[in-house]
Design a protein around this ligand. Structure first.
Ligand SMILES: [Zn+2]
Length: 275
């Protein structure tokens, strides 16, 4: 299979303390780098972006380990630095991005896991640096992996404030803001520099999974009609949340032109992340 697909949202830690292990087990995945590389090859995935998974203590994996894992990948994986909201963590995230300039492909902000909105001043330096270096900032939006998350802070519409203030900052709304799909459509429609990934939207194996995936496919297609174009939609699995065959089938099920589907799988992310 020719390798052309870009997966813009992958997690991995190879740690037994990884909080995503339960998803991996439910999906029958080993959830390690060797398996990931094998699955990428089998499914025509050329490159991916690696993001810190949450650990069982609630904190994301140290970003340095993400960089180290990417270095083992022979340019198949590139790091996204997760910026936690503290002055020290923000400084460290920027230092790490500077130390690996050109290699680090963006930042991630975890909305919904802290009682902070995306326009909180704590993130200012991240946005300044990202804007200067043309690095996208990815935002976790929508449902939180834990029941203690704050949905109010995870709403994609709050990103409108940041996008208004910073028209040159590339913003990626993760998980299409699910369940706020239409809100995500609106901020993409309104802002030239707001994009969205369709990673981690579903799990398989539950009683109504098939119905739910069919619903999501229709709903996302319709939001894309509202936006008027599909060139801001980015493919992602949120590995180990979705398996590659399921995630790729999902993109192919969208009621869009074939050219748009291919661009979602590949070209759109190349442009946004400079891959
Ligand atoms: Zn994720």
């Amino acid at each position: 299979m020719p390798r052309t697909i870009i997966d813009c949202h992958i997690h991995c830690s190879e740690s037994k303390d990884d909080a995503l292990l339960s998803y991996a087990i439910a999906n029958g995945l080993k959830y390690n780098l060797a398996e990931l590389f094998e699955m990428m090859a089998q499914n025509g995935v050329e490159q991916g972006l690696l993001l810190s998974p949450p650990m069982k203590n609630g904190k994301p994996l140290d970003n340095k380990q993400i960089v180290t894992m990417c270095k083992k990948s022979k340019d198949r994986l590139f790091p996204i630095i997760t910026a936690e909201p503290s002055r020290t963590k923000v400084e460290r995230s920027i230092e790490l991005a500077k130390a690996h300039k050109g290699y680090v492909k963006g930042f991630k902000i975890l909305l919904g896991y802290f009682p902070l909105y995306p326009y909180d001043r704590i993130y200012k330096k991240i946005y300044d640096y990202a804007e200067k270096e043309n690095l996208p900032v990815m935002f976790h939006t929508g449902d939180t992996a834990t029941s203690s998350g704050s949905l109010d802070h995870a709403r994609p519409l709050a990103i409108d404030v940041v996008a208004n203030e910073r028209p040159n900052l590339k913003v990626v709304v993760c998980h299409f803001g699910n369940p706020w799909l239409q809100d995500t459509g609106e901020i993409m429609y309104k802002h030239p520099n707001v994009y969205s990934d369709i990673s981690g939207m579903f799990v398989t194996g539950a009683r109504y999974s098939r119905n739910y995936i069919d619903f999501l496919s229709r709903a996302i297609s319709e939001v894309i009609y509202f936006v008027g174009k599909a060139d801001k939609i980015l493919f992602g699995t949120d590995y180990p949340i979705e398996r590659y065959p399921d995630a790729i089938d999902f993109v192919r099920s969208l009621k869009l032109d074939e050219r748009d589907i291919e661009n979602i799988l590949s070209k759109n992310a190349r442009g946004v992340f400079d891959l």
